[in-house]
Ligand binder design. Structure first.
Ligand code: NAD
Length: 315
C-alpha cells in the first residue's frame, strides 16, 4: 500500500496531484502539506515549511510515508525576480526532502523542467542527454537538483525519479509564476473577454502538456519497473510544442471572434528564448511507456468547456 507525502501540495500541480493520488490509492494514504493552508484539501493535511527539515522528518515518520513527492519551489519568472531567495528555497527544500527520504527510506519524486536547458542546448528535438547550461536561476536550480537526485540514487541507493515538465496547462489552480503561464491565461481571457494580450512574442515555440497527462506521467513513472530505468533525473516529457499564433488559431476554431495582440515582457521573453523549441521524449517512452493523450486541439476543446462552466458558476 502506498503512503505518499506531498510538499507544496496547494500549487498548480500539487492541488490536482493530491486529488488524483487519493483516487488511485485512497484518501487516507495521501498526505498534503504546504506552507499555506487551502480549504480544498479533503483528507490529511499538515502545514509544513520545507525549510524546516526536522518538522518534515517528523510529519513523514508519523504518517508512515513510503513515498515523498516534492513540489514546493519558486517558478522561473518569480525566481528571476528573487534569485537568492529562489536558490535558498529550491535547493534548501530539495536537500531537506532528499535527506528525510534517505533517513526514512522513501521513494522520491520531484519535477525538473525544460528550464534545465539553456541557449547552448540544441533547440529542436532536444535530446534526453545533452548540454545543460541554463542562464536563469530557476534553470541553475533545476540542473543542480537533477544532479543531486541522481547523486542520492547512486551514492545512497535512494529510488529517486523525475521528469522535465514543459509548461503545464490546467483549469483548476492558477499557475504560480512560470514563463509558460500565458498558455493558461489565454484560455481564461478568451472565455472572460474574448481577447488576450500575449507577453510572449509571436513565433516563440515552447513545449506544453495538459495537466491530466502530467499527472498520469507521475503515476506511471513512479510505478515503473526500476530495472527498466536507464535514466532517473530527469526524463524529457512533452505533448505538444506551439507558439502564440497557433494556440490563438486553435481557440478560434471554437470561438471565431477571439482576438489577440502583443505586449511582450522582456524578462519572460528572454527566458523563453533560452529554452528549447521542442524536446524529444523518446527515452521516457522507451523506459516507462510515457504517452500523452491530449494534443493542442483536444486540450483546447476541454479547457474551453471546463472554463466556461467554471466561470459561469463563479459569476
Ligand atoms: P506552484 O508555484 O503552483 O506551487 C508551489 C507550492 O509550493 C505553492 O502552493 C506554495 O505555497 C508552496 N510553497 C512555497 N514555498 C514553500 C515552502 N517554503 N514550504 C512549503 N511549501 C511552499 O508550482 P507548481 O506549478 O505546482 O510546480 C511544482 C513543481 O513542478 C516545481 O518544482 C516546479 O518547478 C515544477 N514544474 C512546474 C511546471 C508548471 O508548468 N507548473 C513546469 C515544470 C516544472
Amino acid at each position: 500500500m502506498k503512503k505518499i507525502m506531498i510538499t507544496g501540495a496547494c500549487g498548480q500541480i500539487g492541488s490536482e496531484l493530491v486529488a488524483k493520488l487519493r483516487d488511485e490509492y485512497g484518501k487516507e494514504n495521501v498526505l498534503a502539506t504546504d506552507i499555506r493552508e487551502v480549504s480544498m484539501q479533503a483528507g490529511p493535511f499538515e502545514v509544513l515549511d520545507v525549510m524546516d527539515a526536522q518538522r518534515m522528518h517528523d510529519i513523514a515518520k508519523d504518517f508512515g510515508a513510503d513515498t515523498m513527492m516534492h513540489m514546493a519551489a519558486l517558478l522561473s519568472a518569480t525566481a528571476e525576480a528573487k534569485p537568492l531567495f529562489a536558490w535558498n528555497l529550491n535547493m534548501g527544500g530539495l536537500v531537506n526532502a532528499l535527506e528525510v527520504s534517505r533517513e526514512l527510506g522513501l521513494q522520491f519524486f520531484t519535477p525538473s523542467s525544460i528550464g534545465a536547458f539553456g541557449p547552448s542546448t540544441p533547440k529542436h528535438n532536444t535530446p534526453q542527454d545533452t548540454l545543460q547550461r541554463p542562464t536563469t536561476m530557476y534553470g541553475v536550480n533545476k540542473v543542480a537538483g537533477e544532479l543531486l537526485c541522481d547523486y542520492y540514487h547512486t551514492r545512497f541507493g535512494l529510488d529517486t525519479r523525475g521528469v522535465r515538465f514543459p509548461g503545464l496547462i490546467s483549469n483548476v489552480t492558477p499557475p504560480g509564476g512560470g514563463t509558460t503561464d500565458y498558455a493558461v491565461d489565454i484560455y481564461y481571457k478568451a472565455v472572460q473577454e474574448g481577447k488576450y494580450t500575449s507577453y510572449i512574442a509571436k513565433g516563440s515555440y515552447m513545449d506544453m502538456m495538459y495537466m491530466p497527462d502530467a499527472l498520469q506521467a507521475i503515476v506511471d513513472l513512479m510505478e515503473a519497473n526500476p530495472e527498466k530505468l536507464i535514466h532517473r533525473n530527469a526524463f524529457n516529457v512533452t505533448a505538444m510544442s506551439f507558439e502564440p499564433e497557433e494556440i490563438a488559431a486553435t481557440i478560434r476554431k471554437q470561438m471565431p471572434d477571439f482576438q489577440m495582440d502583443y505586449d511582450v515582457d522582456p524578462v519572460r521573453q528572454a527566458i523563453a528564448d533560452s529554452w528549447p523549441d521542442s524536446i524529444d521524449a523518446s527515452a521516457a517512452k522507451e523506459e516507462w511507456g510515457f504517452k500523452a493523450k491530449y494534443d493542442l486541439d483536444a486540450m483546447t476543446i476541454d479547457m474551453l468547456k471546463k472554463l466556461e462552466k467554471k466561470i459561469s458558476h463563479s459569476a
